[in-house]
Design a protein around this ligand. Structure first.
Ligand SMILES: O=C(O)CCC(=O)C(=O)O
Ligand SMILES: [Fe+2]
Length: 330
């Protein structure tokens, strides 16, 4: 996590200097991430194709108003602009509240510090908002609740499209519509202030998400994805688009057919970059197994992964980080 003085430093402190430099592909033939209009009559085929070849796409025509996204961005800036000791009052602790200020769990396994501050919201943000703004928390709470509600409906629409293609029946995913499953979605707010030496610092280290699906928004360039055969590619923000990236659980459910995209966040010298990720996962203890029949009759019916729960997957990630999925492979 960034220390209180980091915002004003002119030189990158050693603890933030990464040994490895991630070159980004800059050829003129750089393939571009699919942009899909949800109102397109062929949206389903385009989404499935993007899931199979990229594991990520940008979505327009999704119906979430620009004004709401702008309000979220503005509330998130106000949150990270608060004094450090105020933010630290909501610090997430192991075994404590799962909402609040803190580092990604992977930080402990990384060789250097991330140029990063994060804030996680599970369920209603009201308790943390009250601590951060004791006299005026309603604006933050209402905006975040409003965004969570709309983005949740959008994710569910997309997951339904994907489940239908995978021929997943209602019984197989009875957890998906269960109203008591409120804790399998998180709003992850990410902040990367301007950095004095962005090529040697890392905002978020390369990772895949332990989710079914993540919906991301940022106005500022910084998200990069790894494409086999090409290398690291920058995702160019498009006005009004939301970025959809698939996580480990759709990869496992599809028996490896859908890509769980490797991605990272780069930082820059000029702008304070904010990103907002809505992360939708299966319930913590629900066992996910590859689906072998029906849609993928051609894939040889050999499961590529053992059945696994989110809890187990998180445990493996906390121990082995990006090597985690190799422990679930058959
Ligand atoms: O900041 C970004 O664009 C990526 C964020 C991300 O990967 C995450 O929150 O898991
Ligand atoms: Fe991510």
């Amino acid at each position: 996590m960034l220390s209180p003085s980091t915002g004003s430093v002119k030189t990158l402190p050693d603890s933030y200097v990464w040994p490895e430099y991630y070159e980004v592909y800059s050829g003129s033939d750089q393939p571009s991430i699919p942009v899909i209009d949800l109102m397109d009559p062929n949206a389903t085929e385009l989404i499935i194709q993007a899931c199979e070849t990229w594991g990520i796409f940008q979505l327009i025509g999704h119906g979430i108003p620009r004004k709401l996204v702008e309000d979220v961005e503005s509330e998130v800036h106000s949150l990270f602009a608060l004094p450090a000791d105020q933010k630290l009052k909501t610090l997430r602790t192991s075994g404590g509240a799962s909402s609040g200020y803190g580092n990604p769990p992977s930080q402990a396994l990384l060789p250097r510090k991330l140029w990063y501050e994060g804030f996680t919201i599970m369920g209603s943000p009201v308790d943390q908002a009250r601590v951060l703004w004791p006299h005026d928390y309603q604006g933050f709470r209402n905006t975040m609740n409003g965004y969570q509600k709309q983005v949740k409906a959008l994710v569910e629409q997309l997951i339904r499209i994907i489940f239908k293609f995978l021929s997943i029946s209602k019984e197989e995913v009875n957890w998906f519509d269960d109203p008591s499953n409120t804790c399998n979605a998180a709003l992850q707010l990410n902040s990367h202030p301007p950095c004095p030496d962005p090529t040697r610092a890392v905002g978020l280290a390369p990772h895949t998400d332990s989710s079914l699906f993540t919906i991301l928004h940022s106005w500022i360039e910084g998200l990069q994805i790894f494409k086999d055969g090409v290398g690291w590619i920058t995702v160019q923000p498009i006005p009004d688009a939301l970025t959809m990236n698939l996580g480990d659980f759709l990869h496992i459910l599809s028996n490896g057919r859908f890509v769980s995209v490797l991605h990272r966040a780069a930082v820059n010298q000029k702008y304070h970059r904010i990103s907002v990720a809505y992360i939708r996962s299966p319930p913590t203890n629900f066992i996910v197994s590859p689906l072998l029949s029906k849609t993928f009759a051609d894939s040889g019916q050999v499961p590529k992964y053992h059945p696994v729960t989110l809890k187990e997957c998180r445990g493996l990630k906390a121990k082995h980080f990006q090597a985690a999925l190799s422990f679930v492979k058959t």
